[in-house]
Ligand binder design. Sequence first.
Ligand code: ZN
Length: 304
Amino acid sequence: MTDFQITILGSNSAIFNHGRHPSAQFVQIQNQHFLIDCGEGTQERMHENKVKWFKIDYIFISHLHGDHYFGLIGLLTTFNLLKRKNKLTIFAPKELKKIIQQQLKVSNTTLNFDLKFIATQTDDKYCILDIPECTVYSFPLNHRIPTTGFLITSKTIQRKLDLEKIQQFQIDKTQYKFLIDGEDVLDVNGKKIKNSWVTQKGKPTRSYAYCSDTVYDVQIVQYIKNANLLYHEATFLHQDKVRAKETMHTTALQAAQIAKKAKVQKLILGHFSSRYYHLSELEEEAKTVFENTALAIEGNIFSV
Ligand SMILES: [Zn+2]
């Protein structure tokens, strides 16, 4: 397990078909656990993939087409039945709050944990969550109803002191913070101690961008520039580009063009139309433009 990874739970568009499920992804970043989108059956998918779903404290819903949130009320009710106590925060279009409240009300359910809704906006990029492990931004996508993508950026993991090695030198403890910042320091006798002698490497910031659903739109590039990993919907093959435009979806070729323009390191294609049983054609098509492309096969884990 790495410190920042994505598990694909569902990657089919609209309906369950060919053994593929509606959209959902589980994100683990250090000790934080997120769910992005929650199509029908997401609970079951999380059980099957043995992710730590009970540790989820933040849920991000891209938009209110049913294949992206119909699993939510079931998950919330399960949390309640299992006597969850921790607060849960859901980032979603503002109408979701009313929908969930109504579902809870008519079933006479009172949650025994705090449920907080934060409404997403589709006019610009916004920082919606800032915690020690990462920062999360929402940004507008271009779909039939208000939709946002999400960008999760890990924070720099500082250098670590190598306590065994540090004992071999006479370094005053007041110097430790400079070592963590990567600087060389002086020992108590004024002798230079190189940073690399007594610390272990930290990790630079990394980012994961989630773009589902959207028509091909180069405006998105500015929000996801240089991401280490990009999930972009590729509902159709380019031969069906007219249908893609009508339904405000993207083709595999177009997703690859976005990845190339945004200079991301790796592209994952998902949100596949049920018209395709074999997905290799989508992958091959994208690779003609952007080589480092993979399919969002359910159960697969991608490290950021
Ligand atoms: Zn949609």
